[in-house]
Design a protein around this ligand. Structure first.
Ligand code: ATP
Length: 271
C-alpha cells in the first residue's frame, strides 16, 4: 500500500527515496485506563500532505497531540528529522519545527488578530513566514488586523490559527480538523492556502473527518478506527468501499455509509 512515486500529487510534491521527516513507530497512548492508540505507525516524507481520517473517537487528535508532545505515549517512538523526540517537551518540539493548529483553534479571543499572530511569532524559528506574509496569504486580514478575534467568524478564526502557526515557521505543520463546524465553501477557502504553504517547504500532517476533503488534498491517507490503523495508502491506491469499511469498521460500513461525494463526516454548520 505504501509504494511511493515521484510527481505532482494533489497536495504537493515529495521526493521518493528521501529520508522521512517524521517516523512514528508502534505508538501506544492511554488516557487513564482507556487505550486510545494501540500501536500506530506512520512515516511522513518531506513535502507530503499526510491525512489521518476516521470517525469520532478514533484517536486522530490523540495521535497529533502526542506527536506535538502534549500526551506521553505508554510505548513506541517518535523520530523527527532523524532524531528521537519521544521524550522531548512540546516547546522544544515547536522550536525544532513541529507546530500544531489545535482542534477548536484556541485563539486568545480578547486579543486582536495581529496580537494573536504575534503570539505565534514569539518563539519563531527563522524562515519565510512573517506576519506580513500571513497577511498576503489571507488578504482579508489586512483590513481587520486590529479587530478582536472573538468578533470573527469560525472560518476567519481558523485562518488566524493557521497564520499563528505559520509565523512560527514550522517544518512539520500539524492541522487538527480545520473543517470542523464550517460550511464546505468556507473549508474550500481555508484549504486554498495549502499550495503556498507547501511551496514554502512545509510538510503537513492533518486530521480530517471529511474524507472527500482529505482525498482532495492528501498525498497519503491513513484511516484510524478505535486506536488501530484500518487502511493506509495513496488516494489512488484506495477505493470508496475500502475507505468506508476502514472508517466505520467492516460490519457497520454498509449501514452507516453515506455517499463519499458528500463527505463521510456529514453535518456542517456555517460559521
Ligand atoms: P474526535 O474527532 O471526536 O476528536 P478523534 O479521532 O480525534 O475524535 P480522540 O479525541 O483522539 O479521537 O479520542 C480518542 C479516545 O480517547 C476517545 O475515546 C476519547 O473520548 C478519549 N480521549 C481523548 N482525549 C482524552 C482525555 N484528555 N482524557 C480522557 N479521554 C480522552
Amino acid at each position: 500500500m505504501s509504494n511511493r512515486v515521484d510527481g505532482d500529487l494533489p497536495g504537493g510534491r515529495y521526493q521518493a527515496g528521501g529520508a522521512p521527516l517524521l517516523e512514528v513507530r508502534d505508538l501506544v497512548v492511554h488516557h487513564g485506563q482507556l487505550r486510545a492508540l494501540s500501536g500506530i505507525s506512520l512515516t511522513v516524507y518531506p513535502g507530503e500532505v499526510y491525512a489521518l481520517i476516521g470517525a469520532n473517537g478514533a484517536g486522530k487528535s490523540t495521535l497529533l497531540r502526542t506527536i506535538a508532545g502534549l500526551h506521553h505515549p505508554s510505548s513506541g517512538s517518535i523520530a523527527y528529522d532523524g532524531k528521537d523526540v519521544t521524550g522531548l517537551r512540546p516547546e522544544k518540539r515547536a522550536i525544532a519545527g513541529i507546530v500544531m493548529v489545535p482542534e477548536g483553534r484556541r485563539l486568545f479571543p480578547s486579543l486582536t488578530l495581529e496580537e494573536n499572530l504575534k503570539v505565534g511569532s514569539s518563539f519563531a524559528r527563522k524562515g519565510p513566514w512573517t506576519i506580513d506574509q500571513v497577511l498576503e496569504l489571507f488578504p482579508w486580514m489586512k483590513e481587520r488586523r486590529r479587530q478582536k478575534t472573538a468578533q470573527m467568524s469560525g472560518g476567519e478564526q481558523q485562518s488566524v490559527a493557521i497564520g499563528r502557526a505559520l509565523v512560527a515557521n514550522p517544518r512539520m505543520l500539524l492541522l487538527d480538523e480545520l473543517s470542523l463546524g464550517l460550511a464546505p465553501v468556507i473549508v474550500q477557502r481555508i484549504y486554498a492556502m495549502l499550495p503556498q504553504v507547501l511551496e514554502s517547504g512545509i510538510t503537513v500532517l492533518l486530521v480530517e473527518q471529511d474524507v472527500s476533503q482529505a482525498l482532495r488534498v492528501a498525498t497519503h491517507l491513513q484511516c484510524l478506527l478505535e486506536g488501530h490503523t484500518t487502511l493506509e495508502g495513496t488516494p489512488a491506491e484506495v477505493n470508496r468501499e475500502q475507505v468506508e469499511a476502514a472508517y466505520f469498521g467492516a460490519g457497520a460500513a454498509a449501514a452507516a455509509a453515506q455517499p463519499l461525494e458528500n463527505g463521510i463526516a456529514g453535518e456542517r454548520n456555517d460559521t
